[in-house]
Design a protein around this ligand. Structure first.
Ligand SMILES: [Zn+2]
Length: 80
């Protein structure tokens, strides 16, 4: 497969933000390399060997954060 030089990686293969629960912040700050940019659902993420951390299925790093949903219940957000 030909891989194009897309600015944001192959995000077209990822679900819409509205359908995602987690995203990967690996190199999100722009340290010179391309950010991972993975996003998806909890079921798509991996667990590490101890099962206590979520690992990104793309880069394999424990840099997955839950996506804060603005439309979420405010009372639930405060507990996060
Ligand atoms: Zn990643």
């Amino acid at each position: 497969m030909m891989i194009g030089s897309e600015q944001n990686g192959d995000t077209k293969d990822l679900p819409q933000w509205a359908d995602c629960d987690f995203f990967c912040i690996h190199d999100y700050a722009g340290t010179g390399t391309s950010p991972c940019g993975w996003r998806g659902r909890l079921l798509d993420a991996r667990n590490d060997e101890s099962g206590t951390k979520l690992l990104c299925p793309r880069c394999g790093c424990a840099t997955i954060l839950r996506i804060p949903l603005d439309r979420a219940d405010p009372s639930e957000a405060q507990n996060a």
